[in-house]
Design a protein around this ligand. Structure first.
Ligand code: UD1
Length: 383
């Protein structure tokens, strides 16, 4: 049988971290799949860092990013760029991931060309239209358009069933983020960012933090950062490490409220391998990110989640993540509890990993092999 043309479309750093393992899994079967990686370039520097880590180069880069880009700009330029690429290449199948504007555009253009679409990380829901914004709605729109829904967990599968999707089009695969995290952690590790090699992880308690969400721009982010500064002020053995996202809005707030403190280390974005190895060596994590909620459980590190809702309630139910919102006093209090109450800390740190077993990417390659008739059997689901 002739190999099938699979177009893998992504555009931002988190999509790349969760898609590269899938690309590599598909590439193990060159007789089945002819894989083309198309990036919209919604992100530039942050995306290429990840691709390098996985030794991948995009076949096509639409290079759409510009400073302070609006959502409408990203959407319109990704749609017109992807339309030409898909028109020319005529893939047999399109794979998109998650909830970004790039994912939404890739799925929609695939649908316009009547090409089947697979949605990796389908079925996550906060059921709040504006939180995360615009990701909650992007994700639902991709699910509507997709033909195959790769749900990471039983809960995301249940969400889809409740919304009327048929079980025949849903496969529970586990999270590809877990595959990437497991493959990337190293016991002996020299960081690429020299500042990280200067940290005394034995004698200080490192809190790794990130913050970038659009719905937190402005007052919520100011409250988050004020709490963080107070934590640094009041704990002489704590070092807060914050690789600052390249968004100009985030950078302005981060540097104006957090710079100049001897126990807060502001860094340029660090690469994916550094980030995972930093998490593994941290005392705990503070973040508004989606992906870190999955990675922290691999390393048994508690996470204080600085947003109002999450589409990943599994980690909260398991006890690994604490949903703190963006109120300064709540963030401060729960972080202080983690620093002072060892029972509370240990309870969070020993929570089970509800997200995956490291085999999600391989399952996805297997499911696509079955879909195209290269094999008869489906893999066991992640349960
Ligand atoms: C996007 C995703 C979000 C994801 C996040 C990860 C959407 C709607 N949002 O949000 O789901 O969690 O990526 O980072 O798709 N920038 C650079 N260089 C880079 C990357 C970003 O300069 O390599 C700057 C640009 O000025 C850009 C700004 O960051 O205007 C914001 O990027 P954008 O992709 O619009 O939104 P994110 O907040 O990154």
């Amino acid at each position: 049988m002739q190999s099938k043309k699979i177009m893998v479309i992504f555009g931002t750093r988190p999509e790349a971290t969760k898609m590269c393992t899938v690309v590599n899994a598909l590439n193990k079967y060159p007789e089945r799949f002819d894989v083309k990686v198309v990036v919209t370039g919604q992100h530039k520097e942050q995306l290429y860092q990840v691709l390098q880590n996985f030794n991948l180069k995009p076949d096509i880069d639409l290079g759409i990013m510009k400073e302070n880009q609006s959502l409408s700009y990203v959407t319109s330029s990704a749609i017109s760029g992807l339309d030409s690429v898909i028109q020319e290449d005529k893939p047999d199948f399109i794979l998109v991931h998650g909830d970004t504007t790039t994912s939404f555009c890739g799925a929609l253009v695939g649908f316009y060309h009547k090409i089947p679409v697979g949605h990796i990380e389908a079925g996550l829901r906060s059921y709040e239209k504006y939180s995360p914004w615009p990701e909650e709605v992007n994700r639902r729109l991709v699910d509507v358009v997709a033909d195959i829904l790769f749900a990471p967990t039983a809960l995301s599968c249940e969400n889809l069933i409740k919304e009327g999707y048929k079980k025949e089009q849903i496969y529970i695969t586990g999270q590809t983020a877990i595959d990437a995290a497991m493959a990337t952690y190293k016991e002996e590790y020299l960081f690429n960012e020299p500042e990280l090699n200067k940290i005394d992880f034995e004698n200080s308690r490192v809190i790794t933090m990130t913050a970038h969400r659009r719905e937190n721009y402005g007052e919520p982010m100011r409250q988050m950062f004020t709490a963080i500064r107070r934590i640094a002020d009041n704990n002489p053995d704590v070092l807060i490490v914050y690789p600052v996202h390249l968004s100009p809005t985030v950078r302005e707030m981060a540097y104006s409220t957090l710079s100049g403190h001897e126990r807060i280390l502001l860094l340029e974005p660090i690469d994916f391998v550094d980030m995972l190895n930093l998490q593994a060596r941290s005392h705990f994590i503070m973040s508004d990110s989606g992906g870190l909620q999955e990675e922290c459980v691999v390393f048994h590190k508690p996470l204080v989640l600085m947003r109002d809702t999450t589409e990943r309630p599994e980690a909260i139910e398991a006890g690994a993540v604490y949903l703190a919102g963006t109120d300064e006093s709540v963030i401060y209090d729960v972080s202080m509890k983690l620093l002072t109450d060892s029972n509370f800390y240990n309870q969070m740190a020993t929570a089970r990993n509800p997200f995956g077993d490291g085999k999600a990417s391989e399952r996805i390659a297997h499911i696509l092999s079955q879909y195209f008739g290269f094999v008869d059997e489906l893999p066991e689901e992640f349960l």
